[in-house]
Design a protein around this ligand. Structure first.
Ligand SMILES: [Zn+2]
Length: 213
């Protein structure tokens, strides 16, 4: 509970709506009991059976999200935690699309009619903008001939964490599902190559433009 009272200007926040999406996605993957256990371990007991309201108020700190992800690893081991974070990330996209899709125009016919390479580009831009606009997460999108570089310069997923290998699997899962949706059912190689938790300056996720299938 203590972390929530420190509404310090230097703190970075996610809006309630995004945290609600993450918890609903985790609940879909792990069940209510699983989510409650992880919330308890992360010292977020006030959210047990009491998910945040569906609004844009920025009330959930990056430190709290980092703790939530760390607890997933503590409880299920690094391998188990990684799998659950990836699957939760993928599930987040569905809930996120319901909340943000109409605002962003990505469900419009005009978007759906674009050729794949443009859909990926426009989709990635819009997606990066969503985080930049509605949360304190900062995303910078770079592009090379055969890949997109998704750089999270302020990343909540690994906030306060230390790890030998990149650990922002929730973010990787969301991107995988976003690409799957945008491309009408194709899978893409998505890899985190640098991570603040490993001592890098930013979290970097590399997305191959060519689908795997
Ligand atoms: Zn990160």
């Amino acid at each position: 509970m203590a972390a929530l009272t420190a509404q310090d200007e230097t703190q970075l926040y996610y809006p309630n709506k995004m945290v609600r999406i993450i918890l609903l996605a985790m609940e879909e993957v792990m069940g209510r009991t699983g989510v409650n256990a992880v919330l308890n371990l992360a010292r977020l007991r006030h959210l047990v059976n009491n998910f945040p309201p569906n609004n844009f108020d920025r009330q959930f700190t990056f430190a709290e999200l980092g703790a939530l992800m760390r607890s997933l690893d503590e409880m299920y081991g690094p391998r188990g935690g990684r799998g659950l974070a990836l699957r939760s990330g993928r599930a987040c996209f569905k809930y996120g699309l319901k909340e943000f899709g109409p605002v962003l125009g990505v469900a419009d016919l005009a978007f759906r009619l674009l050729p794949l390479h443009l859909k990926l580009k426009v989709g990635a831009d819009v997606f990066a903008e969503t985080f930049n606009k509605f949360s304190d997460q900062a995303v910078r999108l770079g592009e090379e001939e055969d890949r997109f570089i998704w750089q999270i310069t302020r990343c909540p997923v690994c906030w306060g964490r230390k790890s030998e290998t990149p650990c922002c699997f929730l973010a990787v899962g969301i991107l995988q599902e976003a690409l799957y949706w945008v491309s009408g059912g194709k899978n893409f190689e998505v890899n985190e190559t640098a991570c603040v938790a490993c001592g890098d300056d930013v979290c970097t996720i590399v997305i191959d433009k060519k689908p795997l299938d």
